[in-house]
Ligand binder design. Sequence first.
Ligand code: 6GU
Length: 249
Amino acid sequence: MRIDVVTIFPEYLQALDVSLIGKARREGLLDIRIHDLRDHTSDRHRTVDDTPYGGGAGMVMKPEPWALALEAIAASAADADDADGARPVLLVPTPSGTLFRQSVAQELAGADHLVVACGRYEGIDERLFEWAAELFEVRLVSLGDYVLNGGEVAALAMIEAVGRLVPGVVGNPESLVEESHSDGLLEYPVYTKPSSWRERDVPEILLSGDHGRIAAWRHDQQLARTRARRPDLLPPESTVPGDKTVSDL
Ligand code: 6GU
């Protein structure tokens, strides 16, 4: 998978040299390229922003440097992207986007080419997104209901969430199956040695060797946890197979 990131702070993306994603890049599983938006300006000050029409606080990113940066990326990938007729996905991290959830990460993991546009200030001139729709499948996505200073930290989170789902990036693909959100529920609690630690014992059942009962216990734990911490993830009256109703717990 190829991932291009456009930013005015390329240093932020150095975290992608590290750990699992860094290794996947070195192995050629992920072709991640970082671009400085200011390389697509032509004035002495390398200006990327200006004051908002209509007034108001802050600055807005000018559309032209973005268009030049995105055109250069689209041109450099045209052969590969044309091969299957699919446009690359343009991911725009923004608190006013739709929620970036595991199902979105799974969809994006199937793409050949992602381009991430990291905005700063009050955002990018709206016309950029209309213009970009000819070259890209544009998706505005948010990490959640809070505000970051720019898209870079969100881009790191999204690239890690998508990158680890690309075949070969995570060594043991089974670890992708039993994790929070992969089945719409939170993960069950986990324990390791020693079996007794500071007067606290690992739940008996996990030492029993009875894999059927362990699987059932873990599923119950997932449901109880999801109800307690994230009831918004559950359907109103849960219809999950093997489920207990609230009154049974
Ligand atoms: Cl994707 N971007 C910014 N700037 N702030 C955010 C966000 C994204 N998600 C939550 N807050």
